[in-house]
Every structure is written in structure tokens, then in C-alpha cells.
Design a protein around this ligand. Structure first.
Ligand SMILES: Cc1cc2nc3c(=O)[nH]c(=O)nc-3n(C[C@H](O)[C@H](O)[C@H](O)COP(=O)(O)OP(=O)(O)OC[C@H]3O[C@@H](n4cnc5c(N)ncnc54)[C@H](O)[C@@H]3O)c2cc1C
Length: 294
């Protein structure tokens, strides 16, 4: 606890991660630390020497925390990282801002390009780390630079060209915590922006599960192929492990039917991978990040 003595943030011991994950599963975090601001985070990172025992989370919408819990400290950025500032030629957005809040704010200010984010759960930090995208857009297209803090507590600004954005990956080093981003400010028509958001939200409701406990796409799409189609064509649709099943609406989404644990979900994912490999020779890669002890 000495690491947090100067901190204004919140520190919780043995925190059940199922309270935060979209799957509502997962064991306890030995320590959950919610730094209130940059200084809080800096002071903790400067003093805590076991860097391997520090993990960061955003909205936990693409995350499976294993049932055995997570050793060390899980950092969740607090209120001082939840800001959107409008500068003359760009926007600065804190990493804990929710995607939907950023998208709505941009619509209000008639700034285009952020419409797709209203349908992706999670935070800007998580979305940049994952290079989230849908409807033909990816967050990398909105970025000018990303402000990170390394695990020693030092700040650095990474220009977009220095970041190796790829499909569902930013390539940002695991030793960096994203704390804010400078975003593009392209003016558009407020009516057109709002119309686009409505269209995307409706499309999403039709094609993907909502109001269920899920962690989004389970596997990334292999080149020129769709993971959901490979899963369907391999005959996995009705697979069940414990309380975990495949969504009826979208084969690449796993669902906690109410009594699944993380082991059920991970085992179901691995069962799907084996079947798809056996049937098609295609190796699916996990998009969902998995942390913790089995
Ligand atoms: C119903 C549903 C639909 C979804 N649809 C889409 C979709 O259409 N497109 C898409 O791309 N994704 C989709 N997702 C997945 C998910 O919403 C995105 O990947 C999201 O942006 C993750 O953000 P998060 O804040 O929840 O990150 P988390 O799930 O908390 O974390 C994901 C990863 O990012 C890292 N991370 C989080 N914050 C930071 C930070 N500040 N600095 C460094 N690393 C960080 C974590 O360590 C972890 O490795 C969907 C998920 C759900 C549940």
C-alpha cells in the first residue's frame, strides 16, 4: 500500500473483475488502482518496481479475465483522464473517455469521422490500443498523435507515423499506457453525421447481439476471410461449454448465458479454434485479450 500513499486515486484490494468485464466473469485483481490524474499514475509507476505485475484496462469490452484472478496491480484510468478539449486545429481526448461519448460530442460540434465509434463499446484508450473499427472505418484514421506514459512514469508523444497501426492492433508497446490522443478535427454537416450514427446503430442491432453478456469479436478475421463464416462453415454454431455459447446472431461472438465462468468461455473459444483448423486448415487468432491465472 505504500505505493499509493501519495495518491488521490482509489485503491481496492481483491477486487472482483467480474464487476467490470462485459462477460461478467473473471477472478479477483490483487489490487485495482484507479489513478485520479497523470500525477497519481506517475507517482505509482515511479515507485512500483515490478513492472511485469502492472496491467491496464479500459472498459473491459474486449477482455477475458481468467477465474484465478490477476496478480499485481490493474490500472483503470480515473476521472482526470475523462476529458475532451477542442483546440484550434485538433482535439485532445483523454483515454478514459467512452467511445460513445466522444462520438456524440463530435456530432454536436459537427465534426465528422467519429460516427462509427458510437457502436463500439469501451474507451478511447482501449480502442486506440486495439485499433478498433467497423463500417469501413478504423480509429487510426482519426489520430494525429498519441500521448503515452511508460511504466517508469515518463510521458512521451508518439506521432501517428511512429505507430504501427494494423488491423485490430496498434502495435503500441505493452510498456506504454495510452493516456490521451490528439485527434483530427474535420468539419461536416451535423445532420449528415447524426443520420450516419442512426444508420450504424440500427445496422448493429440487426446484425450483432445486444443486451447479452459478450466480449465482442472473439477472433480476428484471417486475410480475405471472415472468422464468423469459417466458424459457421465448420459446423460450430451450436457448440456449448458450461454456460458459454456462440451467439445466435453472430458466430464470432461468445455469450455468457448467465452461469458461465471464464474457463467455459476460453474453452469454448479453443474448441472452436480446433474445429475450424480441422475443417478448414485456418488458424484463428484471438482478438479478445486474455489475462490472469487459469
Ligand atoms: C458488443 C460488442 C461489440 C463490439 N464491436 C466491436 C467492433 O465493431 N469493432 C471493434 O474493433 N471492436 C469491437 N468490440 C470490442 C471492443 O469494444 C473494442 O476493442 C474496444 O475498443 C476495447 O476498448 P476497452 O476500453 O473496452 O478496452 P479493454 O477491453 O479494457 O482492453 C482491451 C485491450 O486494450 C488495452 N488497453 C485498454 N486501455 C488501454 C490504455 N489506456 N493504454 C494501453 N492499453 C490499453 C488492454 O490492456 C487490453 O489489452 C466490441 C465489443 C463488444 C462487447
Amino acid at each position: 500500500m505504500k505505493y499509493f500513499s501519495k495518491s488521490k486515486g482509489v485503491v481496492k484490494l481483491n477486487f472482483p473483475m467480474s464487476k467490470l468485464t462485459w462477460f461478467q466473469t473473471g477472478g479477483k485483481a490483487q489490487v485495482l488502482f484507479i489513478p485520479e490524474n497523470r500525477l497519481d499514475l506517475h507517482l505509482f509507476l515511479k515507485s512500483f518496481k515490478e513492472k511485469k505485475l502492472i496491467n491496464i484496462i479500459g472498459g473491459c469490452s474486449n477482455l477475458l479475465v481468467r477465474d484465478g484472478g490477476v496478480k499485481g496491480v490493474i490500472v483503470k484510468l480515473g476521472s482526470g483522464f475523462d476529458f475532451i478539449n477542442f483546440e484550434s486545429d485538433h482535439i485532445i481526448c483523454g483515454a478514459s473517455v467512452k467511445n460513445i461519448n466522444l462520438s456524440n460530442k463530435m456530432a454536436k460540434k459537427s465534426i465528422r469521422g467519429f460516427e462509427f465509434l458510437s457502436t463500439i463499446p469501451g474507451t478511447i484508450g482501449g480502442s486506440i490500443f486495439m485499433n478498433s473499427g467497423c463500417f469501413g472505418s478504423e480509429i487510426k484514421n482519426l489520430i494525429k498523435s498519441v500521448i503515452v506514459m511508460n511504466k517508469n512514469g515518463d510521458l512521451k508523444e508518439l506521432e501517428k507515423e511512429q505507430i504501427n497501426f494494423k488491423y485490430r492492433s496498434s502495435g503500441i508497446n505493452k510498456n506504454y499506457f495510452i493516456i490521451a490522443a490528439k485527434l483530427k478535427k474535420n468539419k461536416g454537416s451535423k445532420i449528415a453525421i447524426k443520420k450516419k450514427i442512426k444508420k450504424y446503430v440500427n445496422l448493429r442491432k440487426k446484425t450483432q447481439p445486444n443486451k447479452v453478456l459478450t466480449g465482442g469479436s472473439t477472433f480476428t478475421n484471417p486475410e480475405r476471410k471472415k472468422a464468423w463464416k469459417l466458424i459457421k462453415d465448420s459446423g460450430c454454431e451450436n457448440m456449448i461449454v458450461g454456460g458459454a455459447k456462440i451467439s445466435d446472431k453472430h458466430c464470432n461472438f461468445l455469450v455468457n448465458t448467465g452461469h458461465a465462468n471464464s474457463k467455459d468461455l476460453e474453452n469454448l473459444g479453443n474448441k472452436i479454434r480446433s474445429k475450424v483448423f480441422k475443417e478448414t486448415g485456418e488458424k484463428l487468432n484471438w482478438e479478445i485479450k486474455r489475462i490472469g491465472i487459469r
